[in-house]
Design a protein around this ligand. Structure first.
Ligand code: GZL
Length: 348
């Protein structure tokens, strides 16, 4: 009897010892994991002094974009603002991932160049719920305006209007139709919508101006070269550019990269385009050089140097100030009628 009692007692002690050991093990594991998480946590150290800006850039598709990125890094350094940078390689899904990682990191401000206008509501709602303000840079979006603090960039509408005003003036004494071929940039981007709309708004004042075709060149030099090559090889003519048998009187190109690609093919195929009016947008150095060489007639500036103004806006927001809904960068235009000796190096 006593023996049975003692055995039962021992078994009970053994059982309790095992339970205690397992509980201690679990507690130790939780402690270690929690400790590791704190040490390797990707959340911002609450005591960090520097403002942290999460910046999602669309890529490096043009000299303009490269300068835009440089300008932002330079200005961040000058303002002692830490940048967490992501290059989306021209993919919206990469931008969505980057913005979500900025939220997890608890950056102070998020800024991004939306590659296209749509598809941002959810991720911007997440940023808003996380209390992180967002600034749109360079391009605009179709979304609830309460989801972002403001826009900083170019006035694409005015850029398109400037291009068209130059063309109208250039052709003011011309009778008959002026056939225009448009090389547009990345489809569904706000800048392409605006540059197309502004241009059309102005040429609508005179029915002799007709856009005979618009081709998406995605802002790429390779696409501009390919588009021109297709025009040249399909027309088999060397006395100018033709589209489906119709002489192209003017080319309106939404960015210099595509324009320079077009010039590559014109040169490669030795096509005479002396009386083709070519208008481009951006004003990188190579296109200004082409203007001075008589290969282009007009270059509308789109100013990539958004860094200094962006940092001002970031600091204002971080101090709890409201920022303007829209801030445009200063822009001008260069034409064949200019005194080229007044030109300054473009820096990109
Ligand atoms: C314009 C910018 C455009 C440039 C292109 O604001 O978004 O994208 O004109 C660039 O060169 O690719």
């Amino acid at each position: 009897m006593v023996k049975r009692f003692m055995n039962a007692k021992i078994k009970k002690i053994q059982f309790l010892s095992i339970i205690f050991f397992l509980a201690s093990l679990i507690f130790l594991l939780i402690f270690i994991l929690t400790k590791n998480k704190n040490n390797t946590s990707h959340t911002k150290n609450e005591n960090s002094e520097k403002l942290i800006l999460g910046f999602s850039q669309i890529g490096s598709e043009s000299a303009w974009r490269t300068r835009n990125t440089q300008s932002i890094f330079e200005a961040a350094a000058e303002n002692d603002i830490q940048i967490i940078f992501d290059d989306a390689q021209q993919k919206q899904e990469n931008q969505l991932k980057a913005i979500r990682s900025f939220i997890v990191y608890q950056v102070d401000v998020i800024a991004f160049v939306p590659i296209v206008e749509d598809g941002w509501d959810n991720v911007l709602t997440e940023a808003k719920d996380a209390g992180i303000p967002v600034i749109l840079v360079d391009r605009q979006i179709n979304a609830d305006p309460s989801l972002y603090a403001g826009f900083l960039g170019e006035d694409g509408l005015e850029e398109g209007r400037r291009a068209a005003r130059f063309l109208l003036n250039k052709c003011r004494n011309r009778t008959g139709t002026v056939s225009i071929y448009e090389m547009s940039g990345t489809e569904n981007s706000s800048v392409v919508r605006d540059r197309a709309k502004g241009f059309r708004e102005i040429i609508a004042s005179d029915p002799k101006f007709q856009i005979i075709h618009s081709e998406d060149g995605d802002f790429l030099r390779s696409r501009g070269k390919e588009i021109a090559e297709n025009l040249i090889t399909s027309s088999c003519r060397k006395d100018g550019l033709y589209y489906e048998g119709q002489k192209i009187d003017a080319v309106y190109s939404h960015n210099d990269s595509m324009t320079l690609g077009m010039l590559d093919s014109i040169e490669n195929y030795k096509v005479y385009t002396g009386n083709t009016i070519i208008i481009s947008v951006d004003a990188e150095q190579k296109s200004i050089d082409a203007l001075q060489a008589g290969k282009l007639n007009c270059v509308v500036e789109c100013n990539p140097n958004l860094g200094p103004k962006l940092m001002e806006l970031v600091k204002d927001i971080a101090e709890g100030k409201t920022i303007p809904r829209v801030t445009y960068n200063s822009e001008t235009m260069f034409t064949e009628n200019d005194d080229f000796s007044t030109y300054q190096p473009r820096g990109y």
